[in-house]
Design a protein around this ligand. Structure first.
Ligand code: SAH
Ligand code: SF4
Length: 426
C-alpha cells in the first residue's frame, strides 16, 4: 500500500513538472514516505530522516517532506525532532499533495496536514511513471475498521472507505496503456470492499477481467474473517485472469491468542478456508503473515502456531516479532514476552518455513509454467531475466529483452530457497 502511495506521490511531483535525480544530494525536494506498522520500519524511517536533515543543514534551500503513517502518528512532534522539515503529511492526504506543492515551492511555508477523514485520492494520469514496469498496484479502498488489538493501521489510516469502481477501472486502463500487464488490487481487507448491491469485491474482480490487454490480476490483503464463498469460487473459474495465489494472514495458531488479537476467526475456521480454497484450485499458492511473542503467548501457544504452519504448508510466510504500537489495546496488555524469547521463536518458525518453502519449490522441478517476463534479474549475471509465475514465484531464466512484458512458458529446472531457475520453452 505504501508503494502505491509512493507511486502516487512521485507521479504528483512529475505532473508538477519535476523530474527524478539519482542522488539525494542533488535534489531540490526530498519526500520520505514512511510506515509505522512495527517498531522496525519506524526506526528505519527516523534514521533516514536524520540523514536527510544533515543534507538540509548543508543546503537550506532543499524542501524536506515526510509523508505516510509515521507522519500521521507523530504529527507536530516531528518538527521538535527535525525542525527543518517543510511538510508533514498523513497517508490519507496524498490526494492533496499536488496543491500543497505550490505553497511549498512558491510560498516556502511549513505545512502540516494529518486528516484521517480525507476522501480517497482521484486517479492520477499515469503519463510515463509506469513506463518500463510490468506490474502495478491500485488501492481499491483506504483505511481499516477492524481494530485488531496489536495494530496501529486504523488509527493512522482512518476509517475504511471503498473507492468508486469506475475510478479503479479508469486507473487500471491508464496503467495498461502505459504497459502494465499485471495489477494487484490493494486494501487492508479487500473482502469487505463494497460499493453497492451490484459491486462487491468478486464483481470488481470480474470487471477487471473485462479489461483489454490485462494478463493478470491479484489482490492483497484478504482477511480470513470476511472470506466469502463467492470469492473462493472466483479461484475456480476457468479462463479467469485471477492468479492462483492468495495472501491470507493468519497471525497466530492458538485460539486463545487469536481471540486476544481480536481477529474474529479460529484456527479451525482458518484451516477450513485453506481446505476450501484448495478444493476449488488445487494449485493455489497460499502465503501468510504471522507474529511471534504477542503479549501472553505461551510456549504451547507458539507450538500451535508451528503446528498450523506444518498442517497448512504455506508457499511462503512474512513473519514478525510482535512490537508495541502506541495507543493499541495490546500495548497495554500484561505478560509481555521477552525480546530474547521472541528472537528464539522467530528463528524456529523461520527455519521451519524455510524447509517447507524449499520443498514446495523443489516439487515444481520439471513442471512447465507460464511466466510473465518482468525484467533483468536482480542478481545480475546468468540467467539474465526474471519473471513470476501466476502463483507469484520468482523465476530466473535466459531470454531476449524483447520478451519483457510477455507471457512465456518456462520449464522449472531447480527449486531454491527464494526462487526458481528455469529454461524457456520456445
Ligand atoms: N490488513 C492486513 C495486515 C496489514 S499489517 C491483515 O489484516 O492481514 C501487515 C502485517 O504486519 C500484519 O499482518 C501483521 O502480521 C504485522 N503487524 C501488524 N502490527 C504488528 C505489531 N504491532 N507487531 C508486529 N507485527 C505487526
Ligand atoms: Fe491492522 Fe487488523 Fe486492519 Fe489488518 S485488519 S490493518 S491487522 S487492524
Amino acid at each position: 500500500m505504501n508503494e502505491y502511495d509512493s507511486d502516487y506521490l512521485a507521479q504528483s511531483l512529475i505532473n508538477y513538472g519535476l523530474s527524478a535525480v539519482d542522488n539525494p544530494n542533488n535534489a531540490d525536494i526530498i519526500l520520505i514516505n514512511t510506515c509505522t506498522v512495527r517498531a522496525k520500519p519506524q526506526q528505519k524511517a527516523l534514521s533516514m530522516l536524520g540523514r536527510i536533515s544533515a543534507i538540509k543543514k548543508r543546503r537550506p534551500e532543499l524542501i524536506f517532506c515526510i509523508a505516510g503513517c509515521l507522519a500521521q502518528e507523530m504529527g507536530v512532534r516531528l518538527f521538535e525532532r527535525f525542525p527543518d522539515l517543510d511538510l508533514i503529511m498523513g497517508p490519507r492526504d496524498i490526494g492533496k499533495f499536488y496543491e500543497i506543492l505550490d505553497s511549498l515551492i512558491t510560498g516556502r511555508k511549513k505545512v502540516i496536514i494529518t486528516d484521517t477523514g480525507s476522501a480517497p485520492p482521484d486517479p492520477v494520469r499515469c503519463s510515463g511513471f509506469f513506463n518500463g514496469r510490468i506490474s502495478g498496484n491500485i488501492s481499491i479502498m483506504v483505511g481499516c475498521d477492524n481494530f485488531c488489538s496489536y495494530c496501529i493501521v486504523p488509527y493512522v489510516r482512518g476509517r475504511e472507505i471503498s473507492r468508486f469502481p469506475d475510478a479503479i477501472l479508469s486507473e487500471a486502463r491508464n496503467m495498461i496503456s502505459a504497459g502494465i500487464k499485471e495489477i494487484t488490487l490493494l486494501g487492508q481487507n479487500v473482502n469487505s470492499y463494497f460499493w453497492n448491491k451490484e459491486t462487491n469485491f468478486p464483481s470488481l474482480l470480474h470487471k477487471m477481467g473485462t479489461l483489454d490487454g490485462l494478463y493478470r490480476v491479484r489482490f492483497t490483503t484478504s482477511h480470513p474473517k470476511d472470506m466469502s464463498d463467492e470469492l473462493i469460487k472466483c479461484f475456480g473459474e476457468k479462463e479467469s485472469i485471477l492468479c492462483p495465489h492468495i495472501h491470507l494472514p493468519f497471525q497466530a495458531g492458538s485460539n486463545r491468542v487469536l481471540e486476544k488479537m481480536r481477529r474474529g476467526y479460529t484456527r479451525e475456521k482458518y484451516m477450513d478456508l485453506v481446505y476450501r480454497l484448495r478444493e476449488v484450485e488445487p494449485d493455489i499458492a497460499i502465503t501468510s503473515d504471522v507474529m511471534v511473542g504477542f503479549p501472553g503467548e505461551s510456549s504451547s501457544d507458539f507450538e500451535l502456531t508451528l503446528d498450523l504452519i506444518k498442517k497448512v504448508q504455506f508457499d511462503s510466510l512474512f513473519s514478525f516479532k510482535y512490537s508495541d504500537r502506541d495507543g493499541t489495546l495490546a500495548s497495554k496488555m500484561d505478560n509481555k514476552v521477552d525480546e530474547s524469547e521472541k528472537v528464539l521463536r522467530l528463528g524456529i518458525l523461520q527455519d521451519l518455513q524455510k524447509q517447507i518453502t524449499l520443498g514446495k519449490n523443489r516439487s515444481l522441478e520439471g513442471k512447465k509454467m507460464s511466466v510473465l517476463v518482468e525484467g533483468i534479474s536482480r542478481k545480475g549475471g546468468y540467467p539474465n531475466f526474471s519473471g513470476r509465475t501466476a502463483s507469484n514465484k520468482v523465476v530466473n531464466f535466459s531470454c531476449d529483452s524483447n520478451m519483457i512484458g510477455h507471457l512465456v512458458n518456462v520449464e522449472i529446472k531447480e527449486g531454491m530457497n527464494n526462487s526458481l531457475k528455469g529454461e524457456i520453452i520456445l
